[in-house]
Write a protein that binds this ligand. Structure first.
Ligand code: HEM
Ligand code: HEM
Length: 142
């Protein structure tokens, strides 16, 4: 269970970074070129959102089966930067980023102007991606 979910979480992480980055790039380029919001634009944003939600769900599962997650929570582990990253900073920051991306997706869907849709996606997914990248355990991954 632990090994499987760890591998899955490790692979889906590539998808998250790739699909969210593509959604941001597409939004920024379309804005710059004043292009309309097409069905493809909607899909870029949707696929980024789905990757993030799948990662969120399995990250949550991993948190409770990993020896580096919830079971490691202690004052002592707080003093170690890698332990603190896994048990606290990584899950919390990823939750904030996923919330931001989900709100951005919903707001873009409701917006009526195409430029407003792209701007909403560019900002929310862009900041979300920066937050995600700030708490990926780069010491051990990829
Ligand atoms: C949504 C974006 C997320 C991304 C991109 C992401 C990415 C990663 C990566 C790249 C690793 C290292 C994997 C490895 O060592 O091979 C990792 C580990 C981990 N993640 Fe996430 N994660 C995300 C969300 C979450 C969430 C929401 C939680 C928990 C609620 C979580 C819990 C964990 C735990 C506990 C580990 C350490 C597992 C271990 O080594 O035992 N992650 N994550
Ligand atoms: C921890 C688990 C999850 C939570 C808390 C969560 C939460 C949410 C929330 C709050 C929305 C808001 C929608 C809105 O009003 O726009 C949403 C949308 C969505 N989620 Fe998740 N989700 C989770 C897991 C998943 C998984 C596992 C998948 C896919 C396999 C998924 C796919 C989607 C899709 C496709 C949408 C919205 C699409 C749309 O509005 O067009 N989610 N989710």
């Amino acid at each position: 269970m632990y090994t499987g979910s760890k591998h899955f979480h490790s692979y889906v992480a590539y998808l998250v970074l790739l699909l969210v980055a593509i959604a941001v790039l597409h939004a920024v380029l379309s804005l710059a070129r004043k292009q309309p919001f097409t069905p493809a634009s909607r899909k870029y944003a949707l696929f980024g959102l789905i990757a993030v939600h799948v990662q969120l769900l399995f990250g949550l599962l991993l948190y409770f089966v990993s020896p580096m997650g919830f079971s490691n929570f202690s004052g002592e582990a707080m003093g170690n930067s890698l332990s603190r990253l896994y048990m606290l900073e990584h899950p919390l920051m990823m939750l904030v980023a996923a919330t931001l991306i989900t709100i951005g997706h919903a707001r873009a869907k409701r917006a009526t102007e195409d430029a407003r849709k792209f701007k909403t996606i560019a900002w929310s997914y862009g900041i979300g991606l920066a937050l995600i990248m700030s708490r990926v355990p780069w010491q051990v991954w990829p």
